[in-house]
Design a protein around this ligand. Structure first.
Ligand code: PEP
Ligand code: MG
Length: 937
C-alpha cells in the first residue's frame, strides 16, 4: 500500500497529494523542477527545469521513481490509479499539441524513456515513435506531407517495440532490414524509398506475429502500457544491475519514466538530431563539442550505428569534413543551439550534455544533464570554471572524482617506443577517452573478462559497443570501436571509467567468426598485441611500452618543466585547493628515502608507517636476521645484532634527513616469519654456513619454528617480547640517527610504533624496554632527543581494550590490514581463493540461477565499515576516553581508498597514511569528505 504524500507549500499549508500522480512538463503545465531529481529522475527534473526557463522542450509527463519501486514491490503490476493519471496526461498532451493518439488526421506520437536519479547511460530502455499504427502512419504521412519519414518512423518503432518491449531477438529484424536494402540495391537505410519502407513494415509486423503469436498492437494505449512496463523492467536487467553495483547505486531508487511528444529529426534535409556537450568532455577544452546527423532520429547518434558529423566548423575542418558541420549546413539553427548551450551552462553552472532535435529548422531540446567527463576534463573544467567565476572552489572540487587524479597520474605511451612503432600504426579514430592502453586483442566482452581473470591485459575491439559490453569494457585496458562517435555508448562509458578509448575507426574490419581484425593488408588475431592512444586516436597492431604521465614527469621525474605544462598546473591548483579544505593530514607508508621523496613531491606530510622488516630486503641483511633468530653461537648473534643496528641507523638517517622535521613513524619489526626464513636447498645451505651449523641442524631448527598460520603466529610485539635484543637494536638505531641529525640542526622527533598489540601488558613491556634503551643511550652519549611511543591497533582485542592500551601510548595507528584479517577471520594470504567469487556473486541458493552477491567489495581494499569500522570507532572512543587528545591515524591499505578515507574523516582520525602514489588521491578524498561534512551540517 502506498502512503499518501504530503506536500508543504511556502506558507506552511499541507496538501495531500495523490501518490500515483504524474508530473507534467512543457510550456502549458509544468509541475517539477531540478530539485525534484529523487522523485522525477534526472531527466524528468531537468525537462521541467528547462521548461521553466524558456528552453524549447516538447511537452510530456514524468511517472515518478516511486512508481518503479511500487511496480517491483507488486509483482510487476502497474497500479490502476497510475494508469488513470497516465490517460489524463495523454489527453492533456493531445490538447496541447492538437493531436490524438492513433488518429488518421493528426496522430500523437511519444517517446518513452527511462530516467534514474543519476544518469546510467544506455543501461535502461527507451521506446521512440510510440503511437504509430497502420492508421496513424497514414495520418503522419498526410500531416507532414512526408510519407517517407512516416514509414521510416513506423519501421523503427516496430523493431524497437519488438526488441525492447517484447524482448525479441534483434538479429532477425536486422536481417529483414538488410534484405530490404539489398533488394532495393542501396547500402544505407536512407536509400530506401517509401514503397520499400511500406513493404518492410509489413515484413517486420509479420515477423512480430510469427515470434509472438499476436498481431502487432494497433491501440497506442496498449503500446504505452507495455512500454512503461518495459522501462520499469529494464531497471533490473543484468547490465543495469552491474552498473549499479559498480557505481554504488541502490536498487531501491528505481527509475522514472518520461513520456514526451515526439519531434522528428528524420523529416528530410532541414531536420536533424544530435548530442552535444557545452565543453569538450574528453579534454575539458571550452569549445562546443558535439555530433549530429541530418535526417535521423536520436538513437542513430547514441547507438553509434551511423558515424555522425561534428557540429562545429572547426572540428569538422580538423577531420577534413569541411562544409559538413551543423555550423555550416544549418547556420541559423546552430546559433540558436549555442545560445541554448550558454543559457543552460550558466543556469546549471556546469558543463551540460544536451540532446537536441531539429524538425524542419525548428530546434527542440530533449534532454540536458551535467555532462560526464574524463578525469583530465574534470580537473580542467573545475579550474577554468572557478577562473570564470561560474562556481567557487569547493563546488568545483566536489565535482572531481578521486579516480580522475589517478587518471592524471596513470601511464602514457613511452614517446620513443611510440615513434618506433610508427610503422605498426594502422589508423586513427576519434580520441574518445584519453590515456594509453596496450594489451592483447579481445573481440568479445566474454573474452575480455576471461583475459582479465587470467591477469592478461587486453584491449576490447568491437564494431560498436552496446550496453551488453559493459562488463568487457570494465575488464579491458582500453576500448576500440569501428563505428560510433565521441558520444557513442563506448565513448561515454569509457570516459566515465577512465578507460582509454578510440571510436569510429571506420576502415577496421572485425571478423568475430574467425577471431581476426584487419585494416588494409594488416591483420591480427585474438591474443595478438594491440595498443591504442585514447588521447590522439591512434591505433597500433603491436605492444607499446607505457611511461609516466605528464604530472609524474613534471612533478616527480623533473624531466619536463611543470610550469610549462597546463596539465601539471591544473593538477597543482586542484591539490592546493584540496589542501586548503581538508582536515585530515596525509602521510605516507615508505620504507626507503626514494619512495619517501616521491611521496613528498606528491604532497605527503610525513611518514605514517615505515616497516622495519622491509629494510631487510637484501640477502646479506636477511642473513643477519636469520642469525639472530637461529644462531646457537652467541658471538654470531651478537655480531649480527650489532650489524643490524649499524645498517638500520644509516637507513633511518637517510629517511629522517629526507623528512627534515616532518613526522616519522617507525614500526618495530613485524616479519611474518615464514617469509624471512630460508627456502630451498641452496638458501638453506648458505644460511647454515653463516650460522656455522649443518644443513640438517638448520632444518631441524626450522622445523621447530614452523607455523601453520604464520599471519597469526610469531609476529609483531611477540617477537620483541621474546627477543628483546631485537627491539633494543632497532630503538638504538632510530635514536642514534635522530641524535646525529639533531646535532646537525636537522630536526627529528621519531615516533616509535609497536605492532600487533592485543593486551596492554604487551605494550607496557615494550614501552618500558624502549624507555630503558633510550635512557641508557642518552647516558652513554651525553645527549638526548625527544621521541614518542605508540601502538598499532590491528587486533580486535586491542580495539576493544583501547582505553587501557591508551594509558601507555602516545599515539594510535589503525592497522586495518590485520584488523580486517582478524575481524573477518580471512587470511590476508588466502583471501583470493574465494573472495573474488564472493564479490562477483554466486548462484541463488533457492533458484540455482542469478547472482547472489555475498560480499560487495574486497574488504582488504575498501574498509568493511559496518564490521571492522565498528572496531575502529570503538578504538577511537576508547583511546580518547583515556587521553582526550590522543593522536590517531591509520596506515593499512585503506588509507588510500576514497570511501574508507571518508569514514576515517567522519570518525575523527587525525591522519591517513598510504602508499606514495595514492597520496594525491588521499589529499583530494580528504578534502571532498570535509566539504561533504560541511554540507551535511
Ligand atoms: C596493517 O596491518 O594494516 C599494517 C599496516 O601492517 P602490515 O600490513 O605491515 O601488517
Ligand atoms: Mg599489520
Amino acid at each position: 500500500m502506498m502512503k499518501t504524500q504530503v506536500l508543504t507549500n511556502t506558507t506552511g499549508t499541507e496538501t495531500e497529494i495523490n501518490p500515483f500522480r504524474v508530473y507534467h512538463f512543457g510550456k502549458v503545465q509544468n509541475d517539477g523542477n531540478a530539485s525534484m531529481r529523487n522523485l522525477l529522475g534526472g531527466k524528468g527534473a531537468n525537462l521541467a527545469e528547462m521548461s521553466s526557463i524558456g528552453i524549447p522542450v516538447p511537452p510530456g509527463f514524468t511517472i515518478p521513481t516511486s512508481m518503479c519501486t511500487h511496480y517491483n514491490d507488486n509483482q510487476q503490476q502497474l497500479a490502476d490509479a497510475l494508469m488513470i493519471e497516465v490517460d489524463e496526461a495523454i489527453t492533456l498532451m493531445e490538447q496541447q499539441t492538437a493531436t490524438e493518439f492513433g488518429s488518421l488526421e493528426n496522430p500523437l506520437l511519444v517517446s518513452v524513456r527511462s530516467g534514474a536519479r543519476v544518469s546510467m547511460p544506455g543501461m535502461m530502455d527507451t521506446v521512440l515513435n510510440l503511437g504509430l499504427t497502420d492508421i496513424a502512419v497514414i495520418g503522419l504521412a498526410n500531416k507532414t506531407n512526408n510519407a517517407r519519414m512516416a514509414y521510416d518512423s513506423y519501421r523503427r518503432f516496430i523493431v524497437m517495440y519488438s526488441e525492447v518491449v517484447k524482448g525479441m531477438d534483434a538479429e532477425a529484424f536486422e536481417e529483414l532490414i538488410d534484405a530490404a536494402k539489398s533488394k532495393a540495391g542501396v547500402s544505407e537505410d536512407t536509400g530506401l524509398s517509401v514503397e520499400d519502407l511500406k513493404e518492410l513494415c509489413l515484413e517486420l509486423k509479420k515477423l512480430y506475429t510469427e515470434l509472438s503469436g499476436d498481431e502487432f498492437p494497433q491501440d497506442p494505449k496498449i503500446q504505452l502500457r507495455s512500454a512503461i512496463e518495459a522501462v520499469f523492467d529494464s531497471w533490473n536487467t543484468e547490465r543495469a544491475v552491474l552498473y549499479r553495483k559498480i557505481q554504488n547505486i541502490p536498487a531501491s531508487w528505481g527509475t522514472a519514466v518520461n513520456v514526451q511528444a515526439m519531434v522528428f529529426g528524420n523529416k528530410g534535409a532541414s531536420s536533424a538530431t544530435g548530442v552535444a556537450f557545452t565543453r569538450n568532455p574528453s579534454t575539458g577544452d571550452k569549445t562546443y563539442f558535439g555530433e549530429y546527423l541530418i535526417n535521423a532520429q536520436g538513437e542513430d547518434v547514441v547507438a553509434g550505428v551511423r558515424t555522425p558529423l561534428p557540429i562545429s566548423k572547426e572540428s569538422a575542418a580538423q577531420k577534413c569534413l569541411d562544409g559538413q558541420s551543423m555550423e555550416e549546413t544549418m547556420p541559423k539553427t546552430y546559433v540558436e543551439l549555442t545560445d541554448v548551450f550558454e543559457k543552460l551552462e550558466k543556469h546549471y553552472a556546469d558543463m551540460q550534455d544536451v540532446e537536441f532535435t531539429v524538425e524542419e529548422e525548428k530546434l527542440y531540446i530533449l534532454q540536458t544533464r551535467n555532462g560526464k567527463r574524463s578525469g583530465f576534463a574534470q580537473v580542467r573544467m573545475a579550474v577554468e570554471m572557478v577562473e570564470e567565476g561560474l562556481v567557487d572552489e569547493k563546488t568545483a572540487l566536489a565535482r572531481i572524482e578521486p579516480s580522475s587524479i589517478e587518471q592524471m597520474l596513470s601511464p602514457i605511451f613511452n614517446l620513443e617506443d611510440k615513434a618506433n612503432a610508427a610503422s605498426e600504426m594502422v589508423g586513427k579514430g576519434l580520441n574518445a577517452g584519453p590515456g594509453a592502453a596496450s594489451g592483447v586483442l579481445a573481440l568479445t566482452s566474454a573474452k575480455a573478462i576471461e583475459y582479465k581473470q587470467l591477469g592478461v591485459p587486453c584491449v576490447l575491439v568491437r564494431n560498436d559497443t552496446s550496453p551488453a559490453d559493459f562488463g568487457g569494457m570494465m575488464a579491458a585496458e582500453g576500448v576500440l570501436t569501428v563505428r560510433g562517435g565521441a558520444t557513442s555508448h563506448a565513448a561515454v562509458v569509457a570516459r566515465q571509467f577512465g578507460k582509454p578509448c578510440v571510436c569510429g575507426l571506420a576502415a577496421l574490419k572485425v571478423k568475430e567468426s574467425t577471431g581476426e581484425i584487419s585494416i588494409g593488408d594488416k591483420k591480427i588475431k585474438e591474443g595478438d598485441a594491440i595498443s591504442l592512444d585514447g588521447s590522439t586516436g591512434e591505433v597500433f597492431f603491436c605492444k607499446i611500452e607505457t611511461s609516466a604521465s605528464e604530472v609524474i614527469q613534471g612533478i616527480i621525474d623533473g624531466v619536463i618543466d611543470p610550469n610549462e605544462s597546463e596539465i601539471c598546473k591544473q593538477y597543482q591548483t586542484i591539490m592546493t585547493w584540496a589542501d586548503k579544505y581538508r582536515r585530515l593530514k596525509i602521510r605516507t607508508n615508505a620504507d626507503t628515502s626514494r619512495d619517501l621523496k616521491i611521496a613528498l613531491s606528491l604532497g605527503a606530510e610525513g611518514v605514517g608507517l615505515t616497516r622495519v622488516e622491509h629494510m631487510f630486503g637484501s640477502d646479506d641483511k636477511l642473513l643477519l636476521l636469520r642469525q639472530v633468530m637461529l644462531a646457537k653461537d652467541e658471538q654470531i648473534k651478537t655480531l649480527a645484532l650489532s650489524n643490524i643496528e649499524h645498517f638500520l641507523k644509516e637507513d633511518f638517517t637517510a629517511l629522517f634527513q629526507t623528512l627534515n622535521g616532518r613526522p616519522a613513524t617507525v614500526r618495530l619489526l613485524d616479519p611474518p616469519m615464514h617469509e624471512f626464513m630460508p627456502h630451498g636447498d641452496a638458501d638453506t645451505a648458505k644460511t647454515a654456513k653463516a650460522l656455522k651449523i649443518t644443513d640438517a641442524e638448520l632444518r631441524a631448527s626450522l622445523g621447530d619454528m614452523e607455523e601453520h598460520n604464520p599471519m597469526l603466529g610469531f609476529r609483531g610485539c611477540r617477537l620483541g617480547i621474546l627477543k628483546p635484543e631485537l627491539t633494543r637494536v632497532q630503538v638504538r638505531a632510530i635514536l642514534e640517527a635522530a641524535l646525529e641529525l639533531n646535532s646537525a640542526y636537522i630536526p627529528c622527533k621519531p615516533e616509535i610504533m609497536v605492532p600487533i598489540i592485543m593486551h596492554e601488558n604487551e605494550l607496557i613491556h615494550q614501552r618500558t624496554l624502549i624507555d630503558k634503551v633510550a635512557q641508557d643511550l642518552f647516558a652513554e652519549l651525553g645527549q638526548k632527543v625527544s621521541y614518542s611511543v605508540g601502538t598499532m591497533i590491528e587486533l580486535p582485542r586491542a580495539a576493544l581494550q583501547a582505553d587501557e592500551i591508551a594509558k601507555h601510548a602516545d599515539f594510535f595507528s589503525f592497522g586495518t590490514n590485520d584488523l580486517t584479517q582478524t575481524t573477518l577471520g580471512i587470511s590476508r594470504d588466502d583471501a583470493n581463493h574465494f573472495l573474488p567469487t564472493y564479490k562477483n556473486g554466486v548462484s541463488d541458493p533457492l533458484t540455482g540461477t542469478g547472482n547472489f552477491e555475498v560480499y560487495p567489495d574486497d574488504p582488504f581494499q575498501t574498509l568493511d565499515q559496518s564490521g571492522v569500522g565498528k572496531l575502529v570507532q570503538l578504538g577511537v572512543k576508547g583511546g580518547r576516553s583515556t587521553s582526550k587528545d590522543l593522536k590517531i591515524g591509520i596506515c593499512g591499505e585503506h588509507g588510500g581508498d576514497p570511501a574508507s578515507i571518508d569514514f576515517f574523516h567522519r570518525n575523527g582520525l587525525d591522519y591517513v597514511s598510504c602508499s606514495p602514489f595514492r597520496v594525491p588521491v588521499a589529499r583530494l578524498s580528504a578534502a571532498l569528505s570535509a566539504i561533504r561534512a560541511e554540507e551535511v551540517e
